[in-house]
Design a protein around this ligand. Structure first.
Ligand code: KE4
Length: 431
């Protein structure tokens, strides 16, 4: 077991002044035990912790770092921007340049507004859909995560039509009374809801390919019903592409799947590792956003010039050298290696993957929704996590997260990872 005493000391110090010692619970290792690594620096596909250990990074800041860490073009763009001032509170052309790149990349997006996080993007998209339709009801799916939006922090529902129940203290029941929760990949549940309440639904929001249950792809029938029923009832279809945007294709999951939502939320990659979120879509809807229209939305650091410069550099690199085919090939190679390792260890498993996003579930059941994702052996996942960590492979610290490949990764990295998995799985199978 490598010595990680500097991280442990840093964690103890942090917990004196930061709740739980972290600025986001996703980083807290609660699901896998032990103390989180404190990162000293990152470069290319690697993270380096305070104790000097190097890790192959399959989190990539939970998605943004598709180009790996410290990509020269992004470093150069952000550094140049910093020297011209860090924030103006007034418009600058970098905002328009990034908006033009997003509009060009995603045909369903005719206009876009920048914010500072994926949560803000999802929250604003919901408010916009309610303002545009004059309706209150919002439909989400159990296991999909859209940031810490009060209205969307609701318990995982079943396939029955379920009124959301807040799953965090501090969220008043009134905030979630108009949130309906369905089972993902359940076209029947969707049809029942729209039959009962379709004319009251402002929006349906989903992750078009889910990362937040672990990786769960949508069925074609589910996607077809989503688009048909929202069209039929005048509800706004919102794709939350905070994680999948510019990740699964340059035009996001909607390009890969051939879908056309009405509004899309973005985050992560669009800021190149800097705090950027965005929401965009049909011009007739987006023109309702203040000051063009009456739906309020604002932000001090929205369109921040440094973040915009990093986003522009990132999208220009992805546009000029699309990595998606190669990331998919590397992903397929890794998927095969993980399946072979789990089979050799005699461990029940499912590997769900779309492009460079993947999850190894410890269950023999196909994982298609939250209930089946929860059938995975979380204890076994925790042992696997640490077995890989001790072999220099940094995986998401929860069964219910997707892992990500990045462009600096090579076939050799995938071979190393599969070999580490073979050893780690053999170890836990015996354990
Ligand atoms: P942020 O507010 O964290 O930028 O974005 C919220 C969000 C919205 N929509 C989707 C599909 C997301 O995946 C996220 C954030 N993802 C998590 C990881 N699953 C971020 C990690 C964290 O919370 O620290």
């Amino acid at each position: 077991m490598p010595d990680r005493s500097r991280s442990a000391a840093a964690f103890a110090r942090a917990r004196n002044v930061i709740p739980g010692g972290v600025n986001s619970p996703a980083r807290a290792f609660g699901a896998v035990g032990g103390t989180p690594l404190f990162v000293a620096r990152a470069d290319g596909p690697y993270l380096y912790d305070l104790d000097g250990h190097r890790y192959l990074d399959f989190i990539g800041s939970w998605g943004p770092m598709i180009l790996g860490h410290c990509h020269p073009a992004v470093v150069e763009a952000a550094t140049r921007a910093v020297r011209n001032g860090s924030s103006y509170g007034a418009p600058c052309e970098a905002e328009t340049e990034l908006a033009e790149l997003v509009v060009e990349a995603v045909p369903s997006v005719e206009m876009v507004r920048f914010v500072s996080s994926g949560t803000e993007a999802a929250m604003s998209a919901i408010r916009l859909a309610r303002g545009f339709t004059g309706r209150d009801l919002v439909v989400k799916f159990a296991g999909c995560y859209h940031g810490h939006v009060d209205a969307l922090l609701v318990s995982a529902g079943s396939s029955a039509l379920t009124h959301g129940v807040p799953n965090s203290p501090g969220v008043p029941k009134g905030c979630t009374d108009d949130t309906l929760v369905l089972r993902y990949n359940d076209p029947q549940g969707l049809a029942e809801l729209f039959k009962a309440k379709g004319d009251k639904v402002a929006a349906v929001m989903l992750e078009p390919v889910v990362g937040n249950m672990g990786l769960v792809p949508p069925s074609a029938e589910f996607r077809t019903e989503l688009r048909r029923l929202t069209h039929q009832h005048g509800a706004v279809l919102i794709y939350d592409e905070v994680m999948t945007g510019f990740r699964l294709a340059y035009g996001g999951a909607q390009e890969l799947l051939g879908d056309t939502p009405d509004v899309t939320a973005f985050g992560k990659i669009v800021g190149g590792g800097y705090p950027v979120g965005a929401f965009g879509g049909r011009a007739d809807i987006m023109k309702k956003v203040m000051p063009a229209g009456p739906v309020f939305q604002a932000g001090t650091l929205s369109g921040n010039p440094v973040a915009m410069a990093a986003g522009v550099a990132t999208l220009k690199e992805l546009k000029a050298n699309p990595p998606y085919r190669r990331l998919d090939e590397l992903g397929a190679m890794l998927e095969a290696g993980l399946r072979a390792a789990a089979t050799a260890a005699g461990v029940p498993h499912r590997v769900n993957r779309v492009g460079s996003m993947w999850t190894l579930f410890f269950t023999g059941t196909p994982v298609t929704d939250l209930d089946t994702a929860k059938s995975s052996d979380a204890q076994r996942f925790g042992r696997f996590f640490w077995g890989m960590m001790d072999r220099g492979v940094y995986l998401p610290c929860s069964q219910f997260e997707a892992a990500f490949l990045s462009t600096p990764m090579t076939e050799a990295h995938v071979t190393e990872t599969a070999a580490a998995a073979r050893e780690a799985l053999r170890e836990i199978a015996g354990g």
